[in-house]
Design a protein around this ligand. Structure first.
Ligand code: B1M
Length: 215
């Protein structure tokens, strides 16, 4: 078995024993972000498929998620960082009712490593908490993440609330249940006339969008 196969399988199995040694070996071949994007996330995709098909139970999904988090924590100090002046401030949250945070935390790492200040306020955040943090930190952008289908509806509600309150801060939306069409049609019209709403397919997309927003 190659190190690539082993790492992917570790995510599927939630197997952390010896994880660091495999990650160290993989770092001899790939940069840390590539290990995450092309090896570890492949394993997570399999977990999602097995779970969706009823072939994997929730406690095992949790083990996979914990393994993913341990791997990211191990790799993070080895990632390239752009130091220097702060390019902009973003408040990042997983929306109300949603606990999924692996994607959000990857966005945090990638933005932080690229010169942005990220205020990551965590999971299950109601819009009031997100806005309070944005106000307090004078955020240049707000990022909302959510993986459940119901989270997409909450994002749209959040934008309506923001429009009602007269906000015009740009908003980035991301997470597996979203589609570009939903963001560009429903969400953009919910925030109509107020500010920009953009769909981030992945964390790098989030970085590109943040660069545009903070210009
Ligand atoms: Co859950 N879960 N889960 N889960 N889980 C999904 C999302 C699901 C699709 C699985 C499935 O059925 N196949 C399904 C949702 C179905 C739906 O809504 N229609 C589901 C379900 C049903 C549930 C529960 C309801 C199960 C239950 O309790 N019966 C429950 C929900 C609890 C709740 O939220 N209230 C639940 C719980 C869990 C765990 C706790 C066990 C665990 C999460 C642990 C954690 O995050 N700390 C978990 C996991 C791991 C998953 C899957 C398998 C993997 C998610 C993940 O971490 N992916 C997931 C299957 C799937 O997504 N297909 C699933 C890796 C991550 C890096 O990707 O977050 O998409 P993602 O992030 C990407 C992009 O989307 C983007 O960048 C990232 C990197 O490319 N991105 C952004 C994300 N946010 C962004 C924000 C940005 C920019 C980009 O800017 C703001």
């Amino acid at each position: 078995e190659t190190v690539e196969e082993r790492l992917k399988q570790r995510i599927v199995d939630g197997d952390r024993l010896g994880l660091d040694a495999d990650l160290t070996e993989a770092m001899g071949k790939y940069p840390p972000l590539e290990i995450i994007n092309s090896l570890l996330l492949d394993g997570m995709k399999v977990v999602g498929e097995l779970f969706g098909a009823g072939k994997m139970q929730l406690p095992f999904v949790l083990q996979s998620a914990e393994t993913m988090k341990a791997a990211v924590a191990f790799l993070e100090p080895h990632m390239e960082k752009i130091e220097g002046q702060e390019k902009g401030i973003i408040v990042l949250a997983t929306v109300k009712g949603d606990v999924h945070d692996i994607g959000k935390n990857l966005v945090d790492i990638i933005l932080s490593n690229n010169g942005y200040k990220v205020i990551n306020i965590g999971i299950k955040q109601p819009i009031a908490a997100i806005l309070a943090s944005a106000r307090e930190n004078r955020a240049d952008a707000i990022g909302m993440s959510g993986l459940l289908v119901k989270s997409t509806v909450i994002m749209k509600d959040n934008l309506e609330e923001m429009a009602r309150e007269g906000w015009n801060t740009p908003v980035l939306l991301g997470g597996a249940a979203l589609t570009r069409a939903f963001v560009e049609e429903d969400c953009v019209s919910a925030y109509a006339g107020s500010g920009r709403v953009a769909y981030a397919r992945d964390a790098f997309d989030g970085l590109d969008l943040m660069a545009k927003v903070a210009e």
